[in-house]
Design a protein around this ligand. Structure first.
Ligand code: NAD
Length: 249
């Protein structure tokens, strides 16, 4: 129970990687706020997390709106009494060829996938410094923060920024006892990938095991990164990609 009584916020907690991270963190003893745009989904996950014997609450948030993320941080301290970490994980994709990547489509993904991580770190760190608590931010980037992917100009830009903000945040927050680390998932079997079997098979083939990665396998790495056992990992982004970035055939 390495995270016993630690208060951790998980954004995008209603589905996919975030949902599994809520369970993984709770099994390690952490108290959780399940934060998501999808209020009903978040409430259901919070109920399932409570059944694991820890405190859990849900909170409806649009992570692309600064004031809503600030309110999420305040809610967490109000309900759980403290704050020890944030899994800045909520994200979307909006795929379009570059010549159709109009400003609205570009900005939508930058706001949800990139600005949200800044808001989480900014309001989270200010609160932790005020409370005098130590802790960890884990930010969800992507393999596509390091290599380009067609139709993903917005997503590539946002996820590269998440990798950069992870480094930069870690540098400035270390003196406050706050670590910042990233994860870069490969293709994970979650609703974000859609339902087309042909497309999913093609994506699966890009990993060493020729399978999509189960969200539980990303969640277990994310949860580990919150623990003291991972204390020497700071400022870097860990690939959780079954070798996606390591080979080309
Ligand atoms: P998912 O669609 O299953 O879950 C994403 C969750 O984020 C949903 O519950 C959704 O409601 C929530 N969300 C979306 N926009 C939001 C907003 N503005 N405010 C609050 N909540 C919002 O997807 P997932 O695969 O679990 O994705 C989680 C993260 O992992 C994302 O950042 C995604 O970019 C990243 N990622 C996913 C993959 C993959 O292949 N699935 C690969 C690399 C990175």
């Amino acid at each position: 129970m390495e995270l016993k009584d630690q208060a951790i916020i998980v954004t995008g907690g209603a589905s996919g990687i975030g949902r599994e991270a809520c369970f993984a963190l709770a099994r390690m003893g952490a108290d959780i706020v399940v934060a998501d745009f999808n209020a009903e989904g978040a409430a259901k996950v919070a109920e399932e997390v409570q059944a694991l014997g820890v405190a859990a609450h849900s909170f409806q948030v649009d992570v692309s709106v600064a004031q809503e993320v600030e309110a999420l941080v305040d809610f967490t301290v109000e309900r759980l009494g403290t704050l020890n970490g944030l899994f800045n994980n909520a994200g979307i994709g909006l795929v379009k060829p570059f010549l159709e990547m109009d400003p609205a489509s570009y900005l939508k993904v930058i706001e949800v996938d990139q600005h949200s991580v800044y808001y989480g770190m900014y309001y989270g760190a200010k609160k932790m410094v005020e409370l005098g608590t130590k802790g960890t931010f884990v930010n969800t980037a992507s393999i596509y923060g390091s290599v380009a992917s067609r139709g993903n100009f917005n997503y590539n830009a946002a996820k590269a920024a998440v990798i950069a903000m992870t480094r930069s945040g870690a540098l400035e927050l270390a003196e406050h006892g706050i670590r910042v680390v990233g994860i870069a998932p490969g293709y994970i079997d979650t609703p974000i990938l859609g339902t087309d079997k042909g497309v999913k098979d093609q994506l699966a083939a890009q990993h060493m095991h020729k399978e999509l990665i189960a969200p539980e396998k990303v969640a277990s790495v994310a949860a580990y990164l919150f623990t003291d056992a991972a204390q020497a990992i700071n400022g870097s982004t860990v690939p959780v990609d079954d070798g996606f970035l390591a080979f080309k055939e």
